[in-house]
Design a binder for this molecule. Sequence first.
Ligand SMILES: Cc1cc2nc3c(=O)[nH]c(=O)nc-3n(C[C@H](O)[C@H](O)[C@H](O)COP(=O)(O)OP(=O)(O)OC[C@H]3O[C@@H](n4cnc5c(N)ncnc54)[C@H](O)[C@@H]3O)c2cc1C
Length: 453
Amino acid sequence: MGFPDSMTESLTELRDSLHGDVLGPSDSEYERARLCFNLLIDRRPAAIARCADAGDVATALAFAQEHDLEIAVRGGGHNPAGHCVVDDGLVIDLSRMRRVEVDPDARLARSEGGATWLDFDAATQARGLVTPGGVVGSTGVAGLALGGGIGHLTAQYGFTCDNLVGAELVTPAGGVIHANDEQTPELLWGLRGGGGNFGVATRLTFRLYPLSTVVGGRFEYAGDGVREALRTFRNIDALADDDLSCQAQLKVDETLSPALTVAPCYTGTEEDPEAYRALRSAPGLVSDGVRRHDFLDQQRVFDPGYGVDRNYWKGHFVRELSDELIDLLIVSMGALGRPPGAVLIESLRGAPKRIDPDGAALGYRAAAFNVSVMASWTNPALDDEHIAWARETAAAIEPWSVSGGYANYMQADEPLERVRAAFGPESFDRLRVLKSRYDPANVLHRNQNIPQL
Ligand SMILES: Cc1cc2nc3c(=O)[nH]c(=O)nc-3n(C[C@H](O)[C@H](O)[C@H](O)COP(=O)(O)OP(=O)(O)OC[C@H]3O[C@@H](n4cnc5c(N)ncnc54)[C@H](O)[C@@H]3O)c2cc1C
């Protein structure tokens, strides 16, 4: 695709004014740089500004507004909705801003806006420290933290955003503002769940905890035992202390026989806690990969390739994982007649329930689990079928829902009501006030958007 001469000249101007670089469609790195985790998204931006610092971000924001280009902000590129890339617009790409500085005495980490969890964990683990983050290394720290953050240490330390103690933001007007508890507590509250709505985060500061090894990995179950194994997962989760986080992933194999992965992460002192004994004796266990290992190994328990398949996700925070819901999920996995993807079940027990709910905008602390239907496939001809499967399965879960779905897993087609429900009406209105203050023209709308008032 070609661009008018005036745009080509303007891009040269942008190139000259950045410390970072600018990719256009004719650059060899453009194809890789526009790629999302989700292959369902195939967009061609006018340009990708790979910013090197906060000044570059301000310049790119000003350039886009001056030239009427829609803006997308790219961290790790993982958002399933593809918010990080926009047709014919400008991508503000933070992938060159990935430095993570650790202050072991203050137990704080300062992460640049484009760092991934791999960058973050490598830096913090070098000091034997950790913050609860995402479970896949290539996910962006900022995107995940600003939308909540559920992972292997949720029960122990809360959501990622609960541990966000400060941020540096460049607003669409070009100002650099600092969010912290002392001067801008309302903004910090909004950043804990409200996503990239208020500015481009060039730096985020997180609280850290000492932790080097965990007892974790994967238990795999297959066949008829899966139903009972999933019940065991639910039962041990209900009784566990805060030193155990647990996730489960339900799938089917090529013959449509159920398969279950349970990925626990225990940080207590025992080598073989009671919960693990129950999981080891559950029916259908075919592989036991749970052992003491480095936290960095735990962060590789799920390691999907980037940009290899098409994804459509939809889910609900649920009040309970009843026997009836478990049965429904297992039956749903066979409904398409071929492996449709997975259902991810993330426990929200533990620290999230004890943390002051008024400290963060996100609003699903009361839920027991986050149940996400994750269709994934490779053949474009199957798009409609897999999307329909995800929608139908998510609709069937709705009777157990306590609020809207998890903003970080939402597709772009979710209605505003679902976004509102994920926060609750009061918090949503507070977020709208913040939006009006920091981005009154809704320049940053490629996200789970909070409309201005
Ligand atoms: C394979 C995979 C694994 C995942 N694992 C987890 C998990 O374990 N736990 C969990 O809670 N979620 C998880 N997620 C969901 C993830 O948290 C969200 O998709 C999140 O938006 C990804 O952030 P990103 O920076 O990688 O994405 P991007 O697509 O680059 O950005 C997503 C959104 O965040 C905004 N954004 C990103 N960086 C900034 C910034 N610096 N300043 C302002 N706005 C910014 C963008 O505007 C965009 O709207 C996972 C997603 C995938 C695909």
